[in-house]
Structures are given as C-alpha cells and as structure tokens.
Design a protein around this ligand. Sequence first.
Ligand SMILES: O=C(O)C(=O)C[C@]1(C(=O)O)C=C[C@@H](O)C=C1
Length: 131
Amino acid sequence: MEEVEVEQHENHRNHLNDENHLNRENHPTHENTASEADRRIEQAREVIDALDLQLMDLLRHRRAVSLEIQQQRMGQGGTRTVLSRENVVLDRYAAGLGPEGTALALTILSLCRGRATASVPRQGGPARVAS
Ligand SMILES: O=C(O)C(=O)C[C@]1(C(=O)O)C=C[C@@H](O)C=C1
C-alpha cells in the first residue's frame, strides 16, 4: 500500500518534470503564462496535500509503536521516557534536516510520548515535559 502511494507520487513528480521540459522547449523565452503557473501550483499543492496526509498517517503509526515500547518498558518497572534514546532520534533528524530537523524531532517526540507529556498547558500553568 505504501509502495503504491510512493510510486504514484514518483509518477506525479516525473509528470511535473516532463511538463517543465516541454514548457522550456515550447517557450524559448522561458516564461510561463500566468495560467500555466497557476495550474502547476494547483497540481503541486495536490501533491503537498497528499504528502501531508501520508506524513500524518506515518506520525500516527510512529506514535502507536512508540507507545507500545513505553508500555512494555513501564510494565517492567522502567521509565516512560529514555533521554539517551531521544538524543539518538534528535541527532538523526539534525543530521538529515539541519536545525529545523531538531525542532521537528522535538515536536515528534512530544507527540509520541504518552500521557506524561503535557502537550496542552494545564490550567494556569505552563506546558511541561516529564522526565
Ligand atoms: O525508543 C524508545 O525507547 C521509546 O520509548 C520511543 C521514543 C520515541 O518516540 O522515539 C519515545 C520515548 C522515549 O523517551 C524515547 C524514544
């Protein structure tokens, strides 16, 4: 299922590239008309919308797997969170995406930690991360 979706995305991307190539050949001035640009933007936004849905599915899947690990660990008397492991995750996102990757990883970890994380501020108090 995931493979099919990725393939569809690749096809779509190739399709956009092909169009780019055609545009360059058909328009020696390298200018797109406004309507062509609008159409390409609309197409590209459809790709973004589909990718956002896939990302959210992946994040829900990641959260379910993460919660399973946390429950197994707490079932043997362990802690919900393991900061050394979180640092491995943070390093991976930083290496892959730079400083924004770190910020993204912090948000993803916050999303995936169980109830110990107050992602919504408690009444009258600041949001806190349990350690
Ligand atoms: O890898 C683990 O041990 C997890 O519990 C998963 C996870 C994560 O979502 O990546 C969540 C909480 C821990 O603090 C560390 C990592």
